[in-house]
Design a protein around this ligand. Sequence first.
Ligand code: CMP
Length: 136
Amino acid sequence: MERTLVIIKPDGVKRALIGRIIERYEDKNLKISAMKFENATQEILEKHYEEHLGKPFYESLLSFMKSGPVVVMVLYGENAIELVRKINGATDFLKADSGSIRGQYAFCTTENLVHGSDSKDSAEREIHLWFPELKS
Ligand code: CMP
């Protein structure tokens, strides 16, 4: 069993896609073990996106992520990290598989609806960041 962190970004919330996005994960047998709806702070976003500091899209990414509430959740199941990334689709919406969330709904690379951890180390780091109350 593996766990991963998923964020439904402000565009997914504003476009009323929360239910349809969560359904995709549940349909692939991923289970939700924690979930919350909140406004992300500058502090948490700086830590979450520290690897992107200095990239051309960094400032617009942070301001987009603060533009409205997000849904943050921990999903678990077999191969949860890779499965979520497949369900989400490629970061570049033009390259995202048409059956993926981004392939179906995204029309921008920054405002791309969802985030999924990209490795076991990132998943644990991100889960501790967003849900410090959860045990390892
Ligand atoms: P995410 O999976 O949350 O991880 C980093 C985010 O940065 C990514 O989704 C996009 O929202 C954004 N991003 C990554 N690459 C680019 C890019 N080339 N141009 C604009 N935004 C990007």
